[in-house]
Design a protein around this ligand. Structure first.
Ligand code: RIB
Length: 340
């Protein structure tokens, strides 16, 4: 059966990345003569039609994709969006990026606007369990995909991570370091990854013979100041933790700031572990130990799912769950080495 060559087929044959193939086709960046020749030879051999299929299938379409994220100041979303945008661009689509600022009303307005503007598909990282926005989406034929934040009861293509496994890994790591008095700064309770991470964290503690003391839990807003305030709340308690799991890196940065202000040395006096592995995690001092999410791949896979949906609206629903992994850097030490 004659299969239509994709940009990945061209890249594989030429021995380059799909981004390089895209830059050769669109002349958007310098590429060496040798690579240009290899790419063009592959295009000819495979009879690859850069936008032929996409354009023909898009006959009455705008060639644009709408993206709505909750916080464009958080580097986590910047990396997710980069994965979406690269994949869309390589397949002949431009993107509109909208920031809902975590506000359901703003999210609904942007979704409505993008639909009215006639985008060919939507990628959404939701503000949380926003019923009205989800009803708006469910009642519309427009191809759409949910990335990162699952919405209970909503049936559409989604690309997520195993947040329970991530929270569980954080707990097991701290227990293996010998910590017994462990606190947690969780994200907003209306956002599914928050609850899932805490669920996994509790499970990991329980397997280590520990229960998460409710007085050792602070709730933040996934922003740095929320982590700063959460840290200070935990340190005001009667029971002072020797380790804290922070449910995203931006809050962990705020917690590090609070520790500095309180004269608490991380990790000498208190261990800290984050979640996301944003680029800043490896640049700050001390470098942050964290649970890494596949941020770029979340966006890339989300865009790939959306393009498949655009080209085949009747395809069955996909739910892809990716794994997280522990990245050990400099903010955790064994409990017995903690200078309390
Ligand atoms: O840092 C932002 C957080 O919100 C991330 O952990 C991501 O999972 C998103 O849901």
């Amino acid at each position: 059966m004659h299969t239509i060559a994709t940009i990945k087929d061209v890249a594989n044959m030429a021995g380059v990345s799909t981004t390089t193939v895209s830059h050769v086709i669109n002349k958007t960046r310098f590429v060496s003569k040798d690579l240009i020749e290899r790419v063009n030879d592959a295009i000819t051999t495979l009879n690859y039609q850069p936008y032929g299929l996409a354009r023909s299938l898009r006959r009455k379409q705008s060639g644009t994709i709408g993206i709505v994220i909750p916080d464009n100041t958080n580097p986590f979303f910047a990396e997710v969006v980069r994965g979406i945008e690269d994949t869309c661009f390589e397949n002949g689509y431009s993107v509109f990026l909208c920031n809902s600022d975590g506000k359901p009303a703003k999210e609904r307005n942007y979704l409505q606007l993008l639909i009215e503007k006639g985008v060919d598909g939507l990628v959404l990282v939701s503000t949380g369990d926003d019923e009205e926005a989800m009803r708006l989406l469910e009642n519309r034929e427009i191809p759409k995909v949910i990335v990162d934040r699952e919405i209970s009861g909503l049936h559409m293509d989604s690309v997520l991570v195993d947040n329970q496994q991530g929270g569980y890994s954080a707990a097991r790591y701290l227990i293996e370091l010998g910590h017994r008095t462990i606190g947690c700064i969780m994200g907003p309770s209306n956002i599914t990854p928050s609850g899932q991470r805490i669920e996994g964290f509790r499970k990991g503690l329980k397997e280590g013979g520990l229960l998460l003391d409710e007085n050792m839990v602070a709730t933040g807003d996934f922003k740095s100041f929320g982590g700063y305030e959460g840290f200070k709340k935990l340190l005001r308690g009667e029971l002072v933790p020797t380790a804290i799991f922070v449910c995203n890196d931006m809050m962990a940065l705020g917690a590090l700031n609070a520790a500095r202000e309180l004269g608490i040395d991380v990790p000498e006096q208190l261990s800290l572990i984050g979640f996301d592995d944003i680029a800043l995690a490896s640049l700050i001092n001390p470098n942050l130990t964290t649970i890494a999410q596949p941020k770029y791949e979340l966006g890339e896979t989300g865009a790939e799912l959306l393009l498949k949906r655009i080209n085949n609206k009747g395809r069955s629903e996909s739910r892809i769950v990716k794994k997280t992994h522990l990245v050990i850097r400099d903010t955790c030490l064994p409990a017995n080495s903690t200078d309390r």
